[in-house]
Design a protein around this ligand. Structure first.
Ligand code: ADP
Length: 783
C-alpha cells in the first residue's frame, strides 16, 4: 500500500439489492426505498458522494446493519431523474473501495463513517502474466457464453490497471452477489486476479458441461422427432395402400379369424389378450412379429377338430392286405389291437411299437392303420433328437423360438385325433439339454397327455385323442420307461421269395404308377426281379429293392418318351443296362473248403448277416491277436473259445503246448455294421481248431451259438434273421444251439425247406458237422 494517511469519511449509505458496483463502473440505479431516497438527497446536498454497499439478501425490504456487507464502493452521483412513479433514476460512477467503520445514529437514512481502500499500483512481471492469463480465460469464456459480446473483450483488453481488469471482468460475469462481493473485498490486487482466474476456470467448465448436455438433449430430440416423422409417413403410405392402420387392420382380421375358429375357452382368452397386445405395437416392431407368429400358431392348431373314426375291422384288414404282402403275424396283431380299441371305445391302451430292420414296412403299416381308421397320418422322426426342447419347444423369449415337434406334427395333421408315428424311438440321445425321453413319456402317458405342455404354446394341448404308433430297429435301445408303455410288434426281414412277391405285386406296380407308365409299357421278368433281389441288394427289408425298381422305371420312362410305340422289357440278361453291373456276389460261400475260415451268422439292428471268421496260426510265443471290428463281448467270446481249445487239446489231437509255441491271430473282416455279442463263440472255436489241426471247414455250413469254457453251446437271439441271411448267402447247413430249436417255427417254411438245420448242444457236435474229415483217421475225437 502506498504511503499516505488512511482516510476515513462520513457518507450516506445506499444499500443495493441484487446488484454490486465496482469502482470505475458507471451505471443507472433505480432508487425507491424511502431511506435510500433520503440518503441520495443528502449526498446531493454535500459533494454528491455516496457509499454503495450490497445487501446479502435480495428480498429484505428494511435491512439492518447485519444484512449489509461492510465493504462497498464510494460512488459519485452523476445524474438524478425523478420518474413518474415516484422512484428516482440515478447515474452513478464507482470511485473507490471503502469499508464501513461505524454506523452513525440517523433515523432518516443510513449514515456511516467509512475507511477508504485505495487501489495499489502494483506492476511486476508476475502480475502482467496473471493479467494475460485472466484475459485469455475470459476470451475462452466469451467464446462459450453467448451472453458477453466480443466487443466487450476488446474494451477489456485495453485496461492496463490490474485491479480494474479483475473488477471489470467480474462485472461482466453472471455470478452470485456473494461471489462478486468476494472480489470486491479482495483489496490485494494479485490475490484478486488469482481469484478471478479461479472463477473464470470454474465458469468455463460449467459452460462446457452445459453445452454438452444441451447438445445431447438436442440430438435426442432430433431422433425422436425423426422417428415420429417417419412413422407418420409410413402410416400415410399404408393408408394410401389401403392397409388400414398397420397393426390395427391386422388385429381386426385376426379377431374375425378368432371368431370363426373353435378354440377352447382358455386358448380363446389367450389369443384375445395377445391380439390386444399386438394392436398396441408399432407396425414395424420385431416384438409385434413375434406376437403375430404366436397368434398364428394358436389359431392354426387343431384344438377340437376331430375326424370321425371308422372302426370297421373287415375294411381295416382289406386295407392292410392291399398295402402289404405277407406280414401275417403283424397284421393279425394290428387287427387285434384295433378290435380292442373298438370294444373299449377309446384309444387308451398300450402304444404299438413296430420293431424291425429298415425297409420292412413299419412306416407303411402305420400309414395303413391311419387309412383304415379314416384318420389323418403324421410322422416325425426322433432319430438324433437329443434336446428336450425339440419335443417340447422353446420358450417364446428365445430368438426364433418354435413349438416342439409334437405340436408341429399336430399342426400338420390338421385334426386333433391323427395316427401319429414316432419314428426311430430307439435313436434318441440324451445330453445336458435335458432328456427327450422324459418329455416323450409325458406325450405317451394317457394320464398326462390331455394337458401336454409345450414351452412355446404355453397353453396345455390335449393329445389324448391321438393314436401314437412308434417304430424302432431294436428294442434294447428304447428307454425302459417308454418300452413299458408299449406293445412291441416284431417285423423281421423277408426271404427272397417274399421279396420277389413284394417286388412283383407291390413295388413294381406302385413305381409304374408313380412314374406315369402304363401297365403294358414296362415288363420286368421274374428272373430279373430275382436277380435284383440277389445281386443288387443285400438287406433285410425292401427299401433298396424299391429304389432299384424305381431306377428301372426311370430308365424305362425315358425310353418310352423317346419311342412311345416300343414297350420296355427287362430280362435277367439286359438288367445291367438298367442298373449297371451287379453289386453283390450271390452265393458268398467259398468255392472251396478252407482251413481256418468259418461262416458265422450275425444279427444286427438292420437284420441278419453272414460273416467269415478267419484264424491263422504261426510259430511264435503264444500271442493271441484279435483284429477287425470286435466289441468287448466278442473279445471275451474269443478268449473263451481259446481256453476251451487249450483244455481239450488232447481230445482234439493237438500238442498240449500249442499255445506256447504259436502266435494265433483271429480276424473278423470288417463289414459295414459293427458286430458284438457272444453268438460267434462256436464259430471262432471252430476256426481256431481247424487252423490248429489243419482240417478244412465245410463251405456249406454256417453256424451260430455261444460257447462256454467246457464247450457247451448256449442259445442265441435273432434266429429268424440269421436264417434268412444264411439262405441269402446260399448256405446249405445251419448249426444252431439246441435251445433255439423251438424258434425254428418262426423261420419261413421256404427257408426251412431249403436248408438243413442241425441243433447242437456241445462243441464236439459242431466239429463233427463242420470239419471235413476227408483224410482217413483224422485226429478228431468225441467226448
Ligand atoms: P420301415 O418303416 O420299416 O423302414 P417302410 O415302411 O418305409 O419301412 O417301407 C419301405 C418301402 O417298402 C415302402 O415303400 C413300403 O411300402 C414297402 N414295403 C415294405 N414292406 C412291404 C410289404 N410287406 N408289402 C409291400 N410293400 C412293402
Amino acid at each position: 500500500m502506498g504511503p499516505g494517511k488512511i482516510k476515513v469519511r462520513r457518507l450516506p449509505l445506499l444499500p443495493l439489492r441484487g446488484l454490486l458496483v465496482y469502482p470505475s463502473m458507471v451505471l443507472h440505479l433505480d432508487v425507491g426505498r424511502e431511506k435510500s431516497v433520503k440518503a441520495l438527497e443528502r449526498a446531493m446536498v454535500d459533494d454528491s458522494m455516496i457509499l454503495l454497499c450490497s445487501q446479502s439478501e435480495i428480498n429484505i425490504e428494511e435491512p439492518t446493519t447485519e444484512d449489509i456487507y461492510r465493504i462497498g464502493t464510494i460512488a459519485k452521483v452523476r445524474q438524478m431523474l425523478k420518474l413518474p412513479n415516484g422512484t428516482i433514476r440515478v447515474l452513478v460512477e464507482g470511485v473507490l473501495r471503502a469499508e464501513i467503520v461505524d454506523y452513525l445514529s440517523n433515523d432518516e437514512y443510513y449514515e456511516v463513517t467509512a475507511k477508504e481502500l485505495p487501489e495499489q499500483d502494483t506492476t511486476d512481471p508476475e502480475i502482467d502474466a496473471l493479467m494475460r492469463t485472466v484475459l485469455n480465460q475470459f476470451e475462452h469464456y466469451i467464446n462459450l457464453s453467448k451472453k458477453v459480446t466480443p466487443e466487450t473483450l476488446a474494451a477489456v483488453s485495453d485496461i492496463d490497471e490490474p485491479g480494474r481488469l479483475a473488477d471489470v471482468i467480474c462485472s461482466h460475469l453472471s455470478l452470485k452477489i456473494k461471489d462478486k462481493q468476494e472480489i470486491l473485498e479482495t483489496v490485494d490486487v494479485r490475490e484478486r486476479l488469482e481469484k478471478m482466474l479461479n472463477i473464470l476456470n470454474n465458469e468455463r467448465e460449467v459452460l462446457e458441461l452445459e453445452r454438452k448436455i444441451s447438445q445431447r438433449v438436442k440430438k435426442q430430440m432430433e431422433k425422436t422427432q425423426k422417428e415420429y416423422y417417419l412413422r407418420e409417413q409410413m402410416k400415410a403410405i399404408q393408408k394410401e395402400l389401403g392397409d388400414k392402420e398397420g397393426r390395427a387392420g391386422e388385429a381386426d382380421e385376426l379377431r374375425s379369424q378368432l371368431a370363426e375358429a373353435e378354440l377352447p375357452e382358455k386358448v380363446k382368452e389367450k389369443v384375445e389378450k395377445e391380439i390386444d397386445r399386438l394392436e398396441k405395437m408399432p407396425a414395424t416392431s420385431a416384438e409385434g412379429g413375434i406376437i403375430r407368429n404366436y397368434i398364428d400358431w394358436l389359431l392354426g392348431l387343431p384344438w377340437n377338430k376331430e375326424t370321425a373314426d371308422d372302426l370297421d375291422l373287415d375294411k381295416a384288414e382289406e386295407i392292410l392286405n392291399e398295402d402289404h404282402f405277407g406280414l401275417e403275424k403283424p397284421k393279425e396283431r394290428v387287427l387285434e389291437y384295433l378290435a380292442v380299441q373298438k370294444l373299449v371305445q377309446k384309444l387308451k391302451g398300450p402304444i404299438l411299437c413296430l420293431v424291425g430292420p429298415p425297409g420292412v414296412g413299419k412306416t407303411s403299416i402305420a400309414r395303413s392303420i391311419a387309412r383304415s381308421l379314416n384318420r389323418q397320418f403324421v410322422r416325425i422322426s426322433l432319430g438324433g433328437v437329443r434336446d428336450e426342447a425339440e419335443i417340447r419347444g422353446h420358450r417364446r423369449t428365445y430368438v426364433g423360438a418354435m413349438p416342439g415337434r409334437i405340436i408341429q406334427g399336430m399342426k400338420n395333421a390338421g385334426a386333433s385325433n391323427p395316427v401319429f408315428l414316432l419314428d426311430e424311438i430307439d435313436k434318441m440321445a440324451m445330453d445336458f439339454r435335458g432328456d427327450p425321453a422324459a418329455a416323450l413319456l409325458e406325450v405317451l402317458d394317457p394320464e398326462q397327455n390331455s394337458t401336454f405342455s409345450d414351452h412355446f404354446i404355453e397353453v396345455p394341448y390335449d393329445l389324448s385323442k391321438v393314436m401314437f404308433v412308434t417304430t424302432a430297429n431294436a428294442v434294447h435301445n428304447i428307454p425302459r420307461p417308454l418300452l413299458d408303455r408299449m406293445e412291441v410288434l416284431y417285423i423281421p426281414g423277408y426271404t427272397e421269395i417274399e421279396k420277389l412277391q413284394i417286388a412283383k405285386k407291390y413295388l413294381l406296380p406302385k413305381q409304374k404308377r408313380d412314374h406315369g407308365l402304363q401297365d403294358d409299357q414296362l415288363v420286368v421278368d421274374e428272373g430279373a426281379l430275382m436277380k435284383i433281389v440277389r445281386e443288387y441288394t443285400r438287406e433285410a427289408g425292401v427299401r433298396n429293392l424299391e429304389q432299384q425298381v424305381a431306377g428301372i422305371n426311370r430308365k424305362a420312362a425315358k425310353k418310352i418318351v423317346s419311342d412311345p410305340s416300343e414297350p420296355v422289357h427287362v430280362t435277367e440278361d439286359n438288367l445291367k443296362d438298367f442298373l449297371g453291373p451287379v453289386k453283390f456276389k450271390y452265393n458268398v460261400a467259398e468255392d472251396k473248403d478252407q482251413v481256418g475260415a468259418v461262416t458265422g451268422l450275425a444279427w444286427t439292428e438292420v437284420g441278419g448277416d453272414t460273416l467269415v471268421i478267419e484264424v491263422t496260426v504261426m510259430p511264435g510265443t503264444g500271442k493271441l491277436t484279435l483284429t477287425g471290428k470286435l466289441g468287448d463281448v466278442m473279445k471275451e467270446s474269443a478268449q473263451a473259445a481259446f481256453s476251451y481249445t487249450r483244455s481239450r487239446a488232447d481230445v482234439i489231437g493237438i500238442p498240449a503246448d500249442f499255445h506256447e509255441k504259436n502266435d494265433i491271430h483271429i480276424h473278423i473282416p470288417e463289414g459295414a455294421i459293427p458286430k458284438d455279442g457272444p453268438s460267434a463263440g462256436i464259430t471262432m472255436a471252430t476256426a481256431l481248431i481247424s487252423a490248429l489241426t489243419d482240417i478244412p471247414v465245410s463251405r456249406h455250413v454256417a453256424m451260430t451259438g455261444e460257447i462256454t469254457l467246457r464247450g457247451r453251446v448256449l442259445p442265441i437271439g435273432g434266429l429268424k434273421e440269421k436264417s434268412l441271411a444264411a439262405h441269402r448267402a446260399g448256405i446249405k447247413t445251419v448249426l444252431l444251439p439246441q435251445d433255439n430249436e423251438k424258434d425254428l417255427v418262426d423261420v419261413p417254411e421256404s427257408v426251412r425247406e431249403a436248408m438243413t438245420f442241425i441243433p447242437v448242444s456241445h462243441m464236439d457236435q459242431v466239429l463233427e458237422h463242420a470239419l471235413v474229415r476227408n483224410r482217413p483217421g483224422a485226429p478228431v475225437g468225441t467226448a
